[in-house]
Write a protein that binds this ligand. Structure first.
Ligand code: SAH
Length: 487
């Protein structure tokens, strides 16, 4: 099986630096399933092509040691397309052979590695379940111009029709690392027949390789499901984590073109149900001016903005990137002025008092506290409950007890790599009680998601109401700026 990567970036031979493979040499690498060769059919300043050729050893593939047939010999293990058609084997070869390029690093050309350059990728024989149309749907949203030509079953007998293979050419201006990560994930997705056992750490691999693009891909549900070999529990974890990365848009992606997959009624993801629960709590509180603290990519902000009862919506985050994503998702630059005036995006660290945050009706801390190191939590408590003092605070956080229900999550592992802690229901309740007592709030605690009789719901949700607001008609005093001082 063969893959070529061509650039016309000047000088094109810099491709050799990015891939860390010298254009003048042929290099070979041992793989668990065969041998990979890297060579350059052309390499000059104007145009340079690197070729990755993978030779599959059917004996190794069949699981036997070299030169010895494994037990349970089955002809199908030896006579198949695996040696010729691009698949997950090619993807594994990519990681082995171009490891540092995949990670986006380059010792010799770090700036070039971070720059989008003109690239053409060709995979002359790619097994593509779903046909050429699917290849376009999968690669085009990532910025590639896609040519996928079905290969006839037999050129002598055109009436036999097309085979399940396509000749794929991708052209675009992208960072090399992005291109390689697309191929790493998407070649096996199109092939849809993983040659190895899909272990839980495949979720990590997928999210690492897809970090910059999978969350926003319109076909992310199909990609995730196929990449994880249709193991529903793993795909659920991956989708939940993507949503937590705040790159995911709802509603669930359109999967209708997956040919062999029966259309299933999409179950609202946990992220959607959580957002609905938070919105309901805000509506119940009667709030009109709300803060979304740690707003991430702005999924909740869009929902808030869509509801006119919220007259002012403020997204706060410490991360530039999140605020940029939120601005994009809200299409701030294209909104009519009257709409735009309702929205603010502020960069601020929630562990420091910020006068701008005072006087609001309500604040949301959705899936945020667990991102703080526990010793920093008191600083957030002071800044939010002590200083900003919104009338209502809605807090959500994972219920760690529920993690045993996620098949893909190893024991003791958190749902997201950036979580500093995840609490049991008792731990969260104790925190809510302590914060309420210290700052004059009264709380109710519940869960979001399917309530498991043993371990509870996947998400914990608390609504804290400031005591001087209880007994009111449910509407917070407008612009109540004195509050913070009389605690
Ligand atoms: N609330 C969003 C995002 C959750 S991810 C949602 O539920 O979808 C956690 C977010 O909190 C990230 O965007 C992160 O940048 C932000 N965050 C973490 N620590 C923070 C801090 N100290 N100050 C402000 N924002 C913080």
């Amino acid at each position: 099986m063969l893959l070529t990567i061509t650039t016309t970036h000047h000088p094109a031979t810099d491709l050799g630096h990015l891939l860390v493979k010298h254009p003048d040499r042929v290099q070979s690498f041992d793989l668990p399933t065969g041998t990979a060769h890297v060579f350059y059919p052309e390499a000059d300043e104007a145009r340079c092509t690197a070729a990755l050729l993978v030779e599959v050893d059917p004996l190794k593939l069949g699981g036997g040691r070299k030169g010895r047939a494994p037990e349970g010999f089955a002809l199908g293990q030896y006579v198949n397309d695996r040696a010729y058609a691009a698949s997950s084997l090619l993807a594994s070869a990519l990681t082995k052979v171009f490891r540092s390029a995949l990670r986006g690093g380059s010792r010799d050309r770090p700036e070039l590695a971070a720059t989008a350059i003109p690239l053409t990728v060709r995979v002359p024989v790619l097994r593509c379940r779903g046909g050429a149309e699917l290849a376009v749907k999968i690669f085009a949203p990532l910025g590639w111009a896609v040519t996928a030509t079905p290969i006839p079953l037999d050129e002598t007998f055109p009436e036999w029709g097309d085979s399940r293979y396509v000749d794929l050419t991708l052209t675009g201006t992208l960072r090399l690392a992005d291109a390689l990560n697309h191929l790493y994930v998407l070649l096996p997705v199109l092939d849809d027949a993983k040659h190895y056992w899909v272990a839980p750490d495949e979720v990590d691999k997928l999210l690492r390789a897809g970090a910059d693009w999978l969350g926003e891909h319109p076909q992310r549900a199909l990609i995730t499901r196929r990449y994880l070999a249709h193991r529903r529990a793993l795909a659920d974890v991956a989708m939940a984590r993507l949503a937590e990365l705040r790159l995911a848009d709802e509603p669930p992606a359109d999967d209708s073109i997956d040919p062999e997959q029966p259309a299933e009624t999409p179950r609202a993801s946990l992220a959607v149900r959580r957002r609905e629960a938070v919105l309901a709590a805000l509506r119940d509180s009667g709030a009109s001016r709300v803060l979304d603290l740690g707003c991430g990519g702005g999924a909740l902000l869009s929902a808030l903005v869509a509801d006119r009862r919220f007259t002012e919506v403020v997204g706060v985050d410490v991360a530039d990137r999140s605020l940029g994503l939120a601005a994009r998702r809200l299409r701030l630059d294209r909104l009519p002025e009257r709409q735009r005036d309702r929205i603010r995006l502020w960069q601020s660290a929630l562990t420091y008092r910020d006068d701008r945050l005072r006087g609001y009706d309500a604040a949301v801390l959705m899936e945020v506290i667990e991102h703080l190191d526990p010793p920093r939590l008191p600083a957030l408590e002071d800044a939010v409950f002590g200083h900003a003092r919104p009338g209502t605070v809605v807090v959500s956080t994972p219920n760690v007890e529920y993690n045993v229900r996620y098949e893909g999550l190893g024991p003791g592992r958190f749902r997201h790599a950036d979580h500093r802690f995840e609490w049991t229901r008792a731990e969260f309740a104790a925190w809510v009680r302590r914060v309420s007592a210290a700052h004059g709030y009264t709380a109710t605690i519940g869960g979001v998601g399917d309530d498991d009789p043993e371990v509870g719901a996947p998400t914990q949700l608390a609504v804290l109401t400031r005591d001087d607001r209880n007994g009111e008609d449910g509407r917070a005093p407008r612009n109540d700026r004195k509050e913070g001082t009389n605690r």
